[in-house]
Design a binder for this molecule. Structure first.
Ligand code: G1P
Ligand code: ZN
Length: 542
């Protein structure tokens, strides 16, 4: 039976860079999830009888939210929902499933790399029929709807068993519980040379993959250990836990420090890798060599032709604006266009759909391709494995040869987390206001060539997005970028991106912070970071 339940709106349900993301306790408020899901459906049309994909990274609330979503979807007229067994689907797996099953859309439950559990974070994101995050037009419509919603529709039925593969009906809708990994691993086998990688493992290639007790465990066990023959024990923390074992499932040098230490030790395997809570980010560290995400994007693009899925070359490369310009040099050499987009994966969707770009990436450990419409952690790691197996070279050698050929972009991001929102907004406002005066100035012998607030015009649909970050272009390929995070859940986070180009091989082996020291000092001075935020040092440096 379908029930219509009256409700009153919450006024804070504005989707950010990657959906609605809040503290778990916020989502636990009465009808908070119901309101948002009904608002999503109210903002869409034409889904009667269609298929919806639902899954998440297994964090606390995942299972109960899925039951709510199934019941609201049934009451709103969806014909079928596909749910990952146990509620588990990585973000890239949702994207792949939407595409291969020609679903109308999908709902992803995750707060990505943020901690989970009752005291952690939760999130809901809607993806459209191409498998990618909903464009701004839709997320804005959803937000508008959340502010006036007065009722939601739900079927009054018992919970569905989501731990058994197969079909169950719920109202007039069919719930199909699917294997979480199957569809995704088939896609990976169609892109990469599994025989070649299997042979490399057989010949002694060693690897450690940390699933961080998050969603990629089941995928990594199947793909790396079962299908590619990596030694048992290659995958660690391979079972998804509701609180990720109390850890922060963010594969960066802070939260995956143990992998870095292992990679730099005498016991280092050839490749150390990790993915985040929902499986879309990647960390790659070779024996003795950390690969920055910006370099990784450039190296993957330069070598992608070694994997069968990209043997015909790339149509183009896309990167988010704050990502380093290393990929630009690869695009120039390949003679393909380079697209610079605002932060957030959704901006790559149109470029991929239109066949303008093949590989995309962000400095925040995200890379992906036209195989689906999200960034994809395991995809990036498999492409690295395919390249290592084809070139028969170590990660370190591959990176050093890349720098020798293209030059090195020294790059670092400094985050000032949980700062006061008013101070953060005032800092950005003051920077914007100073832009016209910056051009042509000289600071510490560094010339300001140009300064602007990044705006983007989508080459496919012409939509405009403005105020996406202050860029200060300096001499010799150096650059400073300032923007406020759109994914934080407490206060504001100021991100400062610092970059410098070094073409000369003999100067490519400095420690990154040392190589960037002058620019870091300039970044603080120019924006008055201490004055506006009260902080004299960033909370995280990556
Ligand atoms: C961060 C990253 C951005 C990424 C997003 C979602 O967003 O910087 O590249 O797309 O997470 O994973 P931010 O907090 O900077 O808005
Ligand atoms: Zn993620």
């Amino acid at each position: 039976m379908i029930k219509t339940i009256t409700t009153i709106p919450y006024l804070d349900q504005q989707p950010g860079t990657s959906g609605l993301r809040k503290k778990t306790t916020v989502f636990q408020q009465v009808h908070y999830i119901e309101n948002f899901i009904q608002s999503i459906f109210d903002s869409l049309s034409g889904y009667a009888g269609q298929t919806l994909v639902v899954g998440g990274d297994g964090r606390f609330l995942n299972r109960s939210a899925i039951q709510t979503i199934l019941k609201i979807a049934a009451a709103n007229g969806f014909g079928r929902t596909l749910v990952g067994c146990g509620g588990i689907l990585s973000t890239p797996a949702v994207s792949a499933l939407i595409r291969s099953r020609k679903a109308f859309g999908g709902v992803v439950l995750s707060a990505s790399h943020n901690p989970g559990g009752p005291n952690g974070d939760f999130g809901i994101k809607y993806n459209i029929g191409n498998g990618g995050p909903a464009p701004e037009k839709i997320t804005e419509a959803i937000f508008t709807r959340t502010r006036t919603i007065d009722a939601f529709r739900i079927v009054d039925d018992p919970d569905v068993d989501i731990d058994r593969i197969g079909e169950t009906s719920l109202g007039d809708m069919m719930v199909e519980v699917v294997d979480s990994v199957e569809n995704y691993d088939a896609l990976m086998q169609s892109i990469f040379d599994f025989d070649l990688i299997r042979a490399a493992f057989h010949e002694g290639l060693t690897m450690r993959f940390d699933a961080m007790s998050a969603v990629t465990g089941p995928y990594a066990h199947v793909i790396l250990e079962n299908l590619l023959g990596a030694a048992k024990g290659t995958v660690i923390n391979g079972s998804p836990l509701p609180d990720f074992g109390g850890h922060h499932p963010d594969p960066n040098l802070l939260h995956a420090r143990h992998l870095y230490d292992l990679a730099m030790s005498d016991a280092a395997p050839d490749l150390c890798a990790a993915s985040d809570g929902d499986g879309d980010r990647n960390l790659v560290i070779g024996r003795g060599r950390f690969v920055t995400p910006s370099d990784s994007l450039a190296i993957l693009a330069a070598n992608a032709h070694l994997a069968p899925g990209y043997k015909n070359g790339l149509a183009g490369i896309a990167r988010s604006m704050p990502t380093s310009a290393a990929a630009d040099r690869v695009a120039a050499k390949l003679g393909v266009p380079l697209y610079e987009t605002p932060t957030g994966w959704k901006f790559f969707g149109n470029l991929l759909d239109a066949g303008l770009a093949t590989i995309c990436g962000e400095e925040s450990a995200g890379a992906g391709s036209d195989h689906l419409r999200e960034k994809d952690g395991l995809w990036a790691i498999l492409l690295w494995l395919n390249i290592i197996a084809a070139r028969k070279e170590s990660v370190d050698v591959i990176v050093r040869r890349h720098w020798a050929d293209y030059g090195r972009n020294y790059y670092s991001r400094h985050d000032y987390e949980e700062i006061d929102s008013d101070g953060a907004n005032a800092l950005i406002a003051a920077l914007r206001e100073s832009l016209p005066r910056l051009k042509g100035k000289k600071y510490r012998a560094i010339d300001v060539l140009d300064a602007d607030d990044f705006a983007y015009r989508d080459p496919v649909d012409g939509s405009e997005t403005s105020r996406q970050g202050v860029r200060i272009l300096l001499g010799d390929g150096a650059r400073l970028v300032y923007r406020l995070s759109g994914t934080g859940t407490a206060g504001a986070t100021l991100r400062v991106y610092i970059e410098r180009y070094e073409p000369e091989p003999s100067r490519q082996y400095m420690e990154t912070q040392t190589a960037l020291a002058d620019l870091v000092a300039l970044s603080r001075e120019l924006a008055g970071i201490e004055r506006f935020t009260g902080r004299n040092a960033p909370s995280v440096i990556t």
